[in-house]
Design a binder for this molecule. Structure first.
Ligand SMILES: Cc1cc2nc3c(=O)[nH]c(=O)nc-3n(C[C@H](O)[C@H](O)[C@H](O)COP(=O)(O)O)c2cc1C
Length: 334
């Protein structure tokens, strides 16, 4: 008689909380949960990250806000959200009542460090969620050039240090992929007090309508997401894993369990699903089972024995800008 192989355990304790499934929904693609309550079984997921919350309500950018871009999607939503006050009075109470079995991170966005801190202070006084995810892809209007915080390690450090002083809740920092080397940015976030890193946000892109010679999106340029972003995201996780010790959350182009497993192998403990939910609201719901089946097939009993087990190849030096010498990055093609 052949022994029945046990299913891989998916449950993990991270940030002092239990995630019974490693798959979460990504910021901006599931609203505050309520919007998707009838489309999928939210309690079966590991958790959600809310739409980014700003101090004031934002109507967002003109339509169209989303277009197809080859094997990807380009969006320019403009952080449309109800603002801090309504999130505290309407969204958090709903989430507390309906999402108590899963972990909720509230995404926070601002144009200067003080805005981030005032939002964290406001949310702290209400509660009803596990932690924060700082969306640092917003332009910083306090520094010349207005570079998004996620592209400017010193500016990033300032926001994160200030937020860290205001809360004991888990603090995730979401990084952008369009930097020469994400390693030092990840290090800066960890040193500033982040408990975890989310990699990656969308990549800047532009689609031009050749008849009108204007942008296809109402807001002009947008953020690229979906399958075309996946290899970029997996590489970012691999690089951050080599530079930091805190838990990582992988996001970008995950449409099926196999994609999520790549992120886990690269070193992410949790994954987030964004664009795939638009095509199939139940995509994220199916992934947990697929990941468990893979573990079973590979004879792995616990998901933690899978995380970070990418084997890599011999080190090849990869030239990255920002330094005189090539930097050796394990597992890179030359
Ligand atoms: C329509 C749309 C809206 C988004 N809004 C936010 C947001 O408010 N805050 C944020 O941090 N990321 C936002 N993102 C980025 C996603 O959370 C995610 O990082 C990115 O889309 C890559 O994952 P994916 O390829 O699975 O979509 C948004 C993405 C899309 C497609």
């Amino acid at each position: 008689m052949t022994a029945i192989q046990a299913t891989m355990r998916l449950s993990q304790t991270l940030f002092g909380a239990t995630f019974h499934n490693p798959v979460l929904l990504a910021a901006g693609t599931c609203g505050f949960g309520e919007e998707l309550r009838d489309a999928l079984d939210l309690p079966s997921l590991g958790g959600i990250v809310t739409k980014s919350v700003t101090l004031e309500p934002r109507a967002g950018n003109p339509a169209p806000r989303v277009v197809e871009a080859g094997n990807a999607m380009l969006n320019s939503v403009g952080l449309a959200n109800p603002g801090l006050e309504r999130v505290c009075s309407e969204k958090l109470p709903w989430m507390r009542e309906h999402l108590s079995g899963i972990q909720v991170f509230v995404s926070v966005a601002g144009h200067n460090p003080e805005e981030y801190w005032r939002i964290v202070e406001g949310l702290e006084s209400v509660g009803g969620f596990l932690g924060y995810e700082l969306n640092l892809s917003c332009p910083n209007d306090t520094r010349l050039g207005g570079l998004p915080f996620a592209l400017d390690p010193d500016a990033l450090r300032g926001v994160v240090e200030g937020a860290r002083r205001l809360t004991d809740r888990p603090l995730l920092v979401k990084l952008a992929p369009n930097v020469p080397d994400i390693g030092p940015v990840a290090e800066a976030a960890e040193e500033a007090g982040a408990d975890g890193l989310t990699l990656v946000n969308t990549l800047p892109g532009l689609i031009i309508d050749i008849e009108s010679r204007s942008a296809t999106l109402g807001g002009g340029p947008g953020g690229l997401s979906g399958p075309a972003l996946r290899a970029v995201g997996v590489h970012a996780v691999h690089r951050a894993r080599a530079c930091t010790a805190i838990p990582l959350l992988g996001v970008g182009g995950i449409t099926a369990a196999g994609d999520a497993i790549q992120y886990l192998l690269a070193g992410a403990s949790l994954v987030q699903v964004g664009t795939a939910t638009f095509a199939d609201p139940r995509a994220a719901q199916r992934m947990g089972r697929g990941i468990a089946r893979y573990g079973q097939k590979m004879g792995i009993e616990d998901i933690q024995d899978l995380v970070g087990t990418y084997r890599g190849v011999e080190d090849h030096p990869v030239s990255v800008s920002g330094g005189d010498r090539p930097v050796s990055v394990s597992g890179e093609p030359s």
